[in-house]
Design a protein around this ligand. Structure first.
Ligand code: ATP
Length: 366
């Protein structure tokens, strides 16, 4: 039997030392990334962090100043756009307005070597796949935004590219269509197994679709990990607060490794900070456990309710904690409280579960 060619062992995409500047502005620096075959990757970060620039560098639309990009083990760093193997979808659909849906989808097949008949079958197959089997004769202007984006997706996938690049493909759609299309996109990607990179600034979208999330900030990768990892084990305060609210408590590491904050003392398992270190002790509002004062628990302290807002499935509560010398935000599910009222001034027992605590060096920026 023939041995597998090397390309099969190589990652679908391998990026090393990528740097991109616009004049004096460094848009990307020190980017290293491996993408496995069939993976769904999201580039996530605030506006201006370089997500789109990185996607465009991979496509060859905005070549990098420095660094290497390999696809399936082949160096494509200097290869022109037209000779790279990817399909791309933009936020703005970018369909040809004067071509029918079928012709839009068939556009990428002209150099495919398929016969007329082969092209026709492939177009029908793709329209079926994106749920537009009966819309082929229409023009883009006759379709909704969501339908137009499905056409753009079908067009990008038509030549069976090795890589699918999506630049905020759902951002222009209204919330309901966006949620629907998000799920379809993920299902289609899994069915086809096409390696996919999607740029988004929407945390929920990234958490819900990606196999791995690349969190970016100021032109650099802040953390790469599975959605569960970046959410539950953020590597930096920035990542911690990017995925939802986070309480930051000013604290110190004592001689025996416990964490002291104000007059309180807390146990954080397996941390590596030395005695005397200044740290931030962090916990998400949804991870704080509270109850009437009688309820006991580990890592607990007393507080008082400052304010409570009903949020449907929970109450969002601000708690004053004299022991810490600061307030904490918590999400309280009403069943912990029974018939007790969450009125300002009510005393509360607050517990900070060990496995939900995060420690960062104090002074690290958020
Ligand atoms: P957004 O969500 O706002 O699109 P982004 O993370 O995709 O953000 P990029 O579009 O990659 O950000 O831009 C990164 C930075 O590079 C921004 O500060 C932007 O102003 C700058 N930039 C991008 N393209 C150019 C260009 N052609 N010339 C000069 N600066 C640019």
């Amino acid at each position: 039997a023939a041995t597998e060619p090397d390309a099969n062992a190589a990652p679908a995409l391998r990026i090393r030392g990528l740097r991109k500047t616009f004049g004096p502005f460094v848009a990307l620096d020190d980017i290293d990334l491996d993408v496995a075959r069939g993976e769904f990757i999201c580039f996530l970060g605030p506006s201006g962090c370089g997500k789109t620039t990185l996607l465009r560098a991979i496509a060859g639309l905005d070549p990098q100043d420095r660094g290497i990009i390999e696809q399936n083990g082949e160096d494509i760093s200097t290869r022109p756009v037209t000779r790279r193997d990817f399909g791309i979808v933009f936020q703005s659909y970018a369909l040809f307005p004067n071509l029918t849906v079928r012709r839009n989808v068939g556009y990428g097949l002209h150099h495919s070597g398929l016969s007329r008949r082969g092209r026709r079958d492939r177009i029908a197959e793709l329209l079926e796949m994106v749920g537009l089997a009966d819309q082929g004769r229409k023009y883009p202007a006759q379709l909704s935004g969501g339908q137009q984006q499905r056409v753009a997706l079908a067009r990008a996938l038509a030549p069976s590219p090795g890589l699918l690049l999506l630049d905020e493909p759902l951002s222009a759609l209204d919330a309901r269509v966006r949620l629907h299309l998000r799920r379809e996109l993920r299902d289609l990607q899994q069915k086809l197994g096409v390696t996919t990179i999607m740029v988004t600034h929407d945390q929920d979208e990234a958490l819900a679709t990606a196999d791995r999330i690349v969190v970016m900030r100021r032109g650099r990768i802040e953390q790469t990990g599975r959605p569960e990892d970046v959410f539950s084990n953020p590597a930096t305060p920035f990542v911690a607060s990017f995925f939802g609210a986070m309480n930051f408590i000013s604290a110190n590491v004592s001689a025996d490794g416990t964490i002291t904050a104000g007059e309180g003392s807390f146990t954080v398992p397996q941390h590596e900070f030395p005695a005397g270190a200044e740290v931030s002790l962090c916990i998400r509002p949804s991870d704080i456990v509270t109850g009437p004062p009688a309820q006991a628990a580990q890592n607990r302290l007393r507080g008082k309710i400052v304010s409570a807002l009903f949020r449907g499935t929970f109450h969002h509560v601000v708690l004053d904690c004299p022991v810490l010398g600061q307030t904490l935000e918590a999400e309280i599910s009403s069943d912990h409280w029974g018939r007790h009222e969450l009125t300002p001034g009510t005393e509360a027992m607050i517990a900070l579960p060990q496995d939900k605590l995060h420690l960062f060096a104090r002074g690290a920026e958020t």
